[in-house]
Design a protein around this ligand. Structure first.
Ligand code: ZN
Length: 412
């Protein structure tokens, strides 16, 4: 599927030192010294796009992408769209619309939001419904490797050999699993945490023909297959020198378990190799002191903000004003503050004479290299703006403008 239009990336002078990117992950400090990067980011389920939690997540991986490209690395970036899943079907039934039409509308809205926020598009933007044949092949391979069994025509993945990789305790996993689409209590399963791979067709639900019967895939196998196919090649097994199949598996912290754990276990069952060098998770975004959620009906949508006249660069600035891997609160004052800050930076950049720019650019680079410390970047920019307002000279506005665009995606 076509993704949104590419954004031009300006260059900055080679005199700037761009050190290796460090990200603090659950596996510890991850340093990206690889020359080529394979990054997979879990995409939306297209029924409620794009709230600020989504925007904060995709902005984070955009910053990683921009930083690595600024270093001259080749970044292969793949994102999926879960355009067949329970929540989508439930929403379509509730609103009495065709699930395909609902998905198409929401995908179009997501693309226009991403484009407005200057998020670099993925190299491959892959809907789950386009990979049914690959899912079927992958399940057959896993079956041959002894990881698949049947319960009343549904196929399950035997997760037991991977439970030592569980990111949380088994007790906790059991409770989270049922909250997030799992079925720990189903009779006939070998282990309560085993996830479904192929769901045999139920009345009126969409389905696809396959050697495993008429049905549809579970959620985790979809991302496993898309990441391996589009980052590693057709047969999932293109030789790679790396100890891991890919370099970055990304998404919101609500995906740590079960989704990322299960996809990684399935990829390992399929290839025999550990899945990802790093698992990078973004914190949740709440609203006015409360969790932002569909059930509370308090989601803030990017499209609504933009329709109300908010500048997308102000939204981007406001999202940068928080640490990506911490939970945070969205308040309307953040937008007010960002509007004032963006105006001041624009005004400073338009002056004939500006404060020295090399130091602030180097500070922004260093802050980003240190676990994407975007608040540090904005604070450095703030000091530069104040210095310019106070009449300091010796900088070059164009140089800073290009660096802000390249590194932070702020076109000011
Ligand atoms: Zn995923």
């Amino acid at each position: 599927m076509n993704s949104w239009p590419k954004t031009f990336l300006p260059a900055i002078a080679s005199e700037f030192l761009i050190p290796p990117l460090h990200l603090q992950t659950r596996q510890g400090d991850r340093v990206f010294n690889q020359s080529d990067i394979r990054m997979y980011v879990c995409g939306i389920t297209p029924y409620d796009a794009t709230h600020l939690g989504h925007a904060a997540t995709y902005l984070t991986f955009d910053l990683i992408n921009r930083y690595l490209q600024a270093q001259g690395k080749a970044v292969a970036f793949v994102e999926n769209v879960t355009d067949i899943d329970e929540p989508l079907l439930e929403r379509a039934t509730r609103d009495r619309v065709d699930w395909k039409a609902l998905a198409a509308d929401q995908i179009a809205l997501f693309e226009s939001d991403m484009s407005a926020l200057r998020i670099l598009p993925p190299n491959f933007f892959v809907p789950a419904t386009s990979v049914m044949d690959l899912v079927s092949i992958a399940i057959s391979k896993m079956k041959a490797n002894g990881f698949v069994y049947e319960v009343d025509s549904d196929l399950y993945f035997d997760v037991s050999p991977f439970l030592q990789m569980l990111p949380i305790s088994v007790e906790e996993a059991l409770s989270v699993f049922s909250e997030r689409g799992g079925d720990p209590l189903r009779q006939g399963k070998r282990h309560p945490l085993d996830p479904v791979l192929w769901i045999a067709n139920r009345d009126d639900e969409p389905g696809w023909e396959s050697v495993h019967g008429f049905g549809r895939p579970g959620w985790h196998i979809e991302c496993c297959v898309i990441s391996l196919r589009y980052l590693l090649g057709a047969e999932f097994l293109e030789p790679t020198q790396s100890d891991f199949l890919i370099d970055v598996q990304g998404g919101g912290s609500d995906l740590i378990f079960p989704h990322h754990f299960m996809s990684a276990a399935q990829a390992q069952a399929l290839t025999g190799k550990p899945f990802s060098f790093s698992f990078v998770h973004t914190g949740m975004v709440g609203l006015d002191g409360e969790k932002m959620s569909k059930s509370k009906g308090n989601l803030v949508f990017v499209s609504k903000l933009l329709q109300s006249g908010v500048d997308p660069m102000v939204v981007r600035y406001a999202l940068l004003d928080g640490q990506y891997d911490e939970d945070r609160m969205w308040r309307s004052e953040l937008l007010t503050k960002a509007t004032i800050k963006v105006e001041r930076v624009r005004s400073a950049l338009s002056r004939m004479e500006v404060a020295p720019t090399k130091t602030v650019i180097q500070e922004i680079i260093s802050a980003l290299s240190n676990n994407l410390n975007t608040k540090g970047c904005l604070s450095a920019l703030d000091s530069w703006t104040t210095a310019t307002e106070l009449g300091e000279t010796g900088g070059e506005a164009g140089e800073l403008s290009r660096a802000l665009d390249l590194l932070l995606g702020l076109a000011l």
